[in-house]
Design a protein around this ligand. Sequence first.
Ligand SMILES: [Zn+2]
Ligand SMILES: [Zn+2]
Length: 151
Amino acid sequence: MHPGFGKKTVLKVRCRFCQSIVCNRGMKAVLLADTKQELFSTDAPVQMKVGSLGRTYSTNQCQCRICDIACKQCGNVVGYHVEVPCITCLQSCHNGHMWIFNSDAIATEEIVDKSGRNVLKWDQIAASPCEEETESLDSSLDDLTDLECFR
Ligand SMILES: [Zn+2]
Ligand SMILES: [Zn+2]
């Protein structure tokens, strides 16, 4: 994962139709092509809460093979899953998040960390041993505002 993503807020994602929690580790993403559209992504939804609808397809934006995903509790489509990313997307900046939620189908809320004072950030949950040295770069990350490239 790109170190800059660690500063983003971890979001709890709910299905807007039935309020069931479909993801505990969502991240706000912005499509480069249409920055007015809000999307939320994750590397791992709650397994039992969302299911793919089976049929894969491509959009006219790129060659990724994607598949709609639905809330298992109410059956409404809440987003899509990139089953097979295309070469263009693999080579561009991305955060390994292959599950995308549409903002009009879900609601998000911030998660309070253990101290009860701060909202949870991605570097608190996604830390892996080999990325520890990136923490010394924290102060230089704040001005990287164009990290939200996705697809
Ligand atoms: Zn693609
Ligand atoms: Zn639902």
